[in-house]
Every structure is written in C-alpha cells, then in structure tokens.
Design a protein around this ligand. Structure first.
Ligand SMILES: Cc1cc2nc3c(=O)[nH]c(=O)nc-3n(C[C@H](O)[C@H](O)[C@H](O)COP(=O)(O)OP(=O)(O)OC[C@H]3O[C@@H](n4cnc5c(N)ncnc54)[C@H](O)[C@@H]3O)c2cc1C
Length: 411
C-alpha cells in the first residue's frame, strides 16, 4: 500500500508504446481511483511515439510534436513518473524493486514493459565510434549530429522496417545513404520480389542506394568507422554505420528476478508472468512461443492487462493474424500472410503510379495480400481473409479493383 494514499501501489517499469497505451486504458477505466500508480522510465525524455522516430531524424517533426505523455499529462492524471530512472533489480519475494540510484520501492502490482533492444552483429569493428543503432530518441539525436557535408555514405545494415526508417530519415537530412541487405529484396518479411523492387525504386528516387544479396563481414577503421567490407569482398567507404538487423526482448531484469524467460518473458493470456503480482506486456514478453515487434498486438495486450488490473472479467489475449501497415518514405505498404504464399496469384501493377496489388487465393479464400502505393481497400481485404469469406470464380478478379467494384459485380 502507498502510505500516503492507502491505495495499493502499481509500479510500471518502462514508458514505451506498451506502457503508454496501458496508462491510457487505466485512465479510461478510472484505475487511478483504486491504485497509486508510478512509472519508472529508463529514458530521460517524456513518453513519445516511437513509430515517428524517422520523422524526428529527418527533421520533419520535433520531439515535442511526437510527445504525448509528458509531466503535465502525468500531473493531470494523478500518476507519478520518474524520467531517466532505470530499474536495476526486482525482488518478487519481497515485492519491491531497486532503481539505478539505489532507491527501493515496494509494489502491490508490478508491470514490466521494458521493450526490446536493437541487436548488433558480432563482427570485427562493431565497437568503433560511429557504429549506431536506431531504437530511441537518443539514437535519433546522435544520428542527427552526423556531418552531412561529409559526402561519404552512412551504411545502413538491414532493409527491414527499421533499416528503411533510418535510411529515410538520414537521406532527408542530406546524407548519402547505402542500405546493405542479405536478401534479394527489401522488406523481405512483408513483400515479394516485385513489390520489393517497386518500393526500392521509389526509395532510390529519394537518393537511397541499395546493395542486395550481401552481408556485412567487417567494419573497418582505427578508432572511427572509415569503411565496411561485405561478404563478397567489396569495400565501401563509410562515415558511419547503422545496424538494423533485428531486436531482442529486454529480459535482463526478469531473468535476474527468476521469472520464466524464453526468448521473452513468459506470460499467460492475462499478461501474468510466472510470479504473482507481476505482469509483462509489449516487446519484452512472449506469449505461446511468440514475441512481438509491431504495436497492433501490443495495444490488444494493453487492453487485456488494464482490465485484469482493474479486476474486470475479460477474455484473454489471443493470437490473431496480424496485418502490417506501414508508410515507408511516404509510400503506403500493407500486407498480411506469407509474402511468397503458394496458390492462385491475382496481380495488378501500375509502375508509373507506384501501385502494386497481389492477392493469393487458396481453396477460394484470400490467404495473403500485398498492397503497395494504394492501400485504400486494405481493411476490407483483411476482413475477407479473417472471416475466410469464399470468393467465387466470377468475383476473383474484381477483388483487385476494390470493394465498391467487387460489390457491384456481386450484386
Ligand atoms: C524507428 C521505429 C519505427 C517503428 N515503426 C513501426 C510502425 O510503423 N508500426 C509498428 O507497428 N511498429 C513500429 N515500430 C515498433 C514499435 O515501436 C514497437 O513495437 C513498440 O515501441 C514496442 O513497445 P514497448 O513498450 O514494448 O517497447 P518500447 O517502446 O521500446 O519501450 C520500452 C521502454 O522501456 C524502457 N526500459 C527498458 N529497460 C528498462 C528498465 N530496466 N528500467 C526502466 N525503463 C526501462 C526503455 O528505455 C523504453 O523506453 C517501430 C520501431 C522503431 C524503433
């Protein structure tokens, strides 16, 4: 109990996208009347929208523009927050945690929302100056300090979402940018070869270069990066390297506390960890052998956990097929299912307009989709997929031209 208020104390570790959504849900449910809530945020800035980081890097947005949960917000909600406060240990027997400055805080309920960290390849040169990641506001601030008058390129390793976001932001800052990717196409988890090529062309028009089918072997330099060497021997001059090769759940605290941890912190459908009164959500957790890297499922977890903490009856979190909706350098991308799904392929492509649509039908139902450039009918197609709606022979090609046309044909 909080001595001051005699309310049970709810401590939340981390102030990222998961915690902010949880806080919004708790405020909506008036949980502050029942709990004394305190948030311990490892970052020194107020709570911001991480998805908007590339716009911060590009200079199109300021930190203020993307900040939602600042001190004023916390004061208005009657929630305590400590910025720049890292939790270093958790004791689930005594129900307390210790912060980086040695303070011990008791809890009645504790939520771990420590997210992920960017992975670094274990190769020679990875510890040189000007080798960076792109995960948080301080990474964006560091990258903004790079000298754009130095015409040597920044090398981005990885053409997944985070690599492309970093490349876009850096190109907008006037840097030469080269993206190195090990697959034959960019955004390979979401796109097939044709869609990857089309998106790549749009990005090339914005000054981003690509080297595909290559891996990074070594980063060269004495103290600071001067070049990278790729697996076929090519050496590319570089002033900096940004690693965007994947993420790993932040589980150190949970492991040290003796919680069950696999890849992420094990949780059940109500976001309960293996310890009583301790919950976890977001990229740090693992549910039914799955970890998470996009906000849509994390927001559903936040909704489940808020109800759990408020003692409301609620159905558990369940896996749902996720669709990915992104805006990469101004180009809309939407996809679900396997990008290289076998089945009946329906394709529409208009390269001059930058439009690509591919739907794959298996046994007369939509199994996967890729929409590039125009994602207007994305939700409708995803619903047809989720509901496993049968598509007749006559209706199939109409699918590519959108809901309005499809319904006219069906009528
Ligand atoms: C550049 C970029 C672009 C993205 N774009 C998209 C997108 O378009 N669509 C999409 O769905 N997703 C996107 N994502 C992914 C999305 O941002 C993440 O899925 C989401 O942020 C995960 O939320 P989280 O709260 O679990 O982790 P985070 O948002 O990472 O928050 C975790 C917080 O916990 C803090 N923390 C860690 N350890 C401690 C500790 N011991 N004590 C105190 N605090 C601690 C961290 O500092 C961090 O602030 C993007 C991510 C990045 C980096």
């Amino acid at each position: 109990m909080s001595a001051q208020t005699m309310k049970p104390k709810l401590l939340i570790i981390g102030l990222g996208m998961a915690s902010m959504r949880l806080l919004d849900e708790l405020v909506k449910s008036q949980a502050t009347q029942h709990y004394a809530i305190e948030v311990l945020s490892g970052e020194s800035t107020a709570g911001y929208n991480r998805i908007m980081l590339s716009y911060l890097l590009s200079g199109e947005k300021t930190l203020d523009n993307i900040t939602s949960h600042n001190q004023v917000w916390f004061d208005q909600q009657g929630i305590k927050v400590r910025f720049g406060c890292k939790v270093v240990s958790l004791d689930t027997q005594s129900c307390c945690l210790t912060t980086h400055d040695g303070e011990v805080l008791d809890y009645d309920q504790c939520v771990i929302a420590t997210g992920s960290q960017a992975q670094r390849l274990a190769i020679a040169g990875v510890d040189l100056a000007e080798v960076h990641c792109f995960r948080d506001g301080s990474d964006a601030a560091t990258l903004q300090q790079l000298d754009s008058s130095d015409r040597r390129p920044v090398i981005v390793i990885g053409a997944g979402l985070l690599g492309l976001e970093a490349a876009y932001g850096l190109a907008m800052q006037g840097h030469q940018v080269t993206v190195v990717h090990r697959s034959d196409r960019i955004l390979s988890q979401q796109l097939d070869f044709n869609a990857g090529q089309q998106l790549q062309k749009s990005l090339q028009k914005q000054g981003i270069n690509f080297v595909l089918n290559r891996q990074l072997d070594e980063i060269q330099g004495a103290q600071q990066v001067t070049a990278v060497r790729l697996n076929r021997g090519e050496v590319i001059e570089a002033k900096a390297v940004v690693m965007a090769v994947g993420i790993a759940p932040n589980t150190t605290l949970a492991k040290q506390a003796g919680l069950v941890v696999n890849r992420g912190i094990w949780v059940d459908g109500w976001m309960q960890t293996s310890a009583k009164q301790v919950f976890a959500l977001g990229e740090c957790c693992e549910f039914e052998h799955q970890t998470f890297g996009l906000v849509a499922p994390i927001y559903r977890q936040a909704s489940v956990l808020a109800k759990t903490l408020c003692g409301l009856q609620n159905p558990p979190f369940v896996h749902q097929a996720n669709a990915t909706r992104l805006k990469v350098s101004g180009v809309e991308v939407f996809s679900f299912g396997e990008p290289n799904q076998q089945g009946d392929h329906l394709v529409f492509q208009d390269p001059t307009q930058g439009i690509y649509r591919k739907l794959v039908l298996v046994e007369g139902r939509i199994a996967s989709a890729i929409l590039l450039g125009n994602t207007q009918d994305a939700n409708w197609l995803f619903e047809l997929h989720q509901q496993q709606t049968p598509i007749s022979e006559q209706q199939r090609s109409a699918l590519l031209f959108g809901q309005a046309y499809f319904e006219r044909i069906a009528a």
